[in-house]
Design a protein around this ligand. Structure first.
Ligand SMILES: Nc1nc2c(ncn2[C@@H]2O[C@H](COP(=O)(O)OP(=O)(O)O)[C@@H](O)[C@H]2O)c(=O)[nH]1
Ligand SMILES: [Mg+2]
Length: 477
């Protein structure tokens, strides 16, 4: 995949578009962590909680200090008199859905990065819109493109955290869909950097609960192509409830000492997990984001190149285009964690069934159904195109970006169809281009000195001292 390091990594148009600025962060001191997960799993709250867990080692210290809030959010809680009250965290801005009363909405609208720094070390958490968006499949596809183009502003990803809830009893089409869709957009080179982070984990005593088996079974399906592993190093348990408790107290809600004790232990647990997660991610080799961006572009090329095939009059040009499709498909087979998955079709089928029985406006239902059916058809078409074109056989030769680039040049040079193909490819890239305009919003907040995160300096001092004393005592005798 050396070609990926070329200055303009697989711009579909093969021209400089001018929209991609220099990478915003190329420093080794910054850990870039991408948070992915279903809408409502707790990604945004996780960021707010995480920064506080890293800032204060105990709940008591947090109660006595200044609460850090990076993301605006609201949630409801009960007061001592059992009154329902709304707790507001942070200040609204246009990135998060701030429309109150829209509780069922998918809140985070676009990607946004939050940088947590303690001077010499920085962690950048990238919040993303959730998969399983309430606005439907097409919005998910758009969001995924947005995520890919947003991360293309950076050079590397150190970690990808897939957030899950621990108590999913069965592999619902929607859970399967979420995991598959997330993995389908990642280059298999990042498999090592993937971790699974369970939110709301106190309900299962900080264990993975039923979701773990579901996840195991699903990952087994990709085993041939991917190295995504489930082990102690790749699974983490958090609960943002201790942070929610902190927010309540800061909003003058009273709690008993007993309650505080429960949240205190939850705070410690999540703090330890936050540190363990950072230590793990720090130990990994970073993933070059270009690879993931490139993979997604090639996926787009495969569907794009297929469209004009049926209307081509030149047999030679048609053959050339089919060859290109085969190259793109095999590239996907070689470099994806998962290319396509029945899970997505199952999910769409399930959504269609649910929508049919939905009460309410007929017109709305009809429109939603049409959209879903269209999505199902287009997804099935993508899968069948991939299957038709993908002829892995020559496993020994790795298709690299240079091969793709050369193929594109040949396509664009076609006498009859070259210009049209180029225009279509440019259009396909439009989604990436728009989202790439998003800017990073950074918040630098002080982290407490990382006793655990830091190196083994004390251990080294101890051993050096021990050895010196041993040598000295030997000579003194
Ligand atoms: N008790 C508890 N509530 C949580 C936790 N994580 C998130 N929530 C709540 O779940 C809701 C959705 O969280 P949010 O962060 O907006 O999810 P996102 O869509 O993934 O960004 C909010 O009301 C949060 O307060 C958690 O670990 N424990
Ligand atoms: Mg969110």
């Amino acid at each position: 995949m050396d070609g990926l390091l070329s200055p303009d990594p697989l711009d579909i148009s093969l021209e400089k578009n001018g929209h991609r600025g220099p990478p915003l962060m190329a420093s080794d001191d910054c850990l870039n962590i991408l948070l992915l997960g279903a809408t409502g799993v707790g990604k945004s709250t996780f960021i707010n909680a995480f920064v506080n867990y890293l800032t204060f080692d105990t709940l008591n210290n947090a109660l006595n200090g200044e609460m850090q809030t990076l993301i605006y959010s609201t949630f409801s809680t009960s007061t001592e008199d059992d009154e329902e009250t709304e707790i507001v965290v942070g200040v609204p801005d246009d990135g998060e859905g701030t429309s109150t009363g829209n509780m069922g909405g998918s809140d985070t609208q676009s990607c946004r990065a939050y940088t947590i720094s303690n001077g010499d070390r920085t962690v950048r958490l990238i919040d993303t819109p959730g998969i399983g968006d309430t606005r439907g499949f097409d919005q998910d596809v758009k969001n995924m493109k947005g995520i890919i183009s947003y991360i293309s502003n950076y050079m590397v990803l150190n970690g990808v955290c897939i957030l899950l809830k621990p108590n999913e009893e069965r592999l619902t089409p929607s859970l399967k869909y979420c995991i598959v869709q997330l993995l389908a957009h990642l280059h298999n080179d990042v498999a090592n950097n993937i971790t699974f982070c369970f939110t709301n984990a106190r309900s299962t005593m900080f264990h993975a609960g039923a979701t773990l088996n579901i996840l195991k079974a699903l990952l087994r399906e990709f085993q041939q192509t991917s190295a995504v592993e489930l082990s102690k190093d790749t699974i983490y348990y958090f609960d943002s409830e201790a942070f929610r408790f902190l927010a309540c107290v800061k909003n003058n809600i009273k709690f008993s000492n007993n309650e505080q004790q429960i949240y205190d232990s939850s705070w410690r647990q999540s703090t330890n997990e936050s540190i363990r997660l950072i230590n793990h991610i720090r130990s990994l080799s970073p993933h070059l984001i270009e690879k993931t961006v490139c993979l997604n572009k090639v996926r787009e090329m495969l569907t794009t190149v297929e469209i004009p095939l049926a209307s081509m009059s030149s047999v030679r040009e048609m053959e050339q285009t089919v060859n290109a499709a085969a190259l793109f498909a095999n590239f996907l087979a070689q470099h994806s964690i998962v290319v396509y998955h029945l899970g997505v079709e199952e999910y769409l089928e399930d959504q269609i069934k649910k929508t049919r029985t939905l009460p309410g406006a007929k017109h709305y239902r009809k429109q939603t159904l049409e959209g879903l059916e269209q999505s199902r058809e287009s997804y099935s078409h993508q899968v069948s195109t991939y299957k038709k074109r993908c002829k892995p056989g020559n496993e020994s030769s790795v298709i690299n970006v240079e091969d793709i680039r050369n193929m594109l040049q040949q396509l664009y040079a076609l006498k009859e169809n070259g210009k049209m193909l180029k225009e279509m490819m440019d259009e396909a890239e439009e989604g990436y281009r728009n989202a790439a305009n998003q800017e990073e919003v950074s918040y630098i907040v002080p982290m407490r000195p990382q006793r655990h995160i830091s190196d083994n300096r004390w251990l080294i001092f101890f051993w050096v001292g021990y050895i010196l004393i041993s040598i000295w005592s030997k000579y003194v005798k």
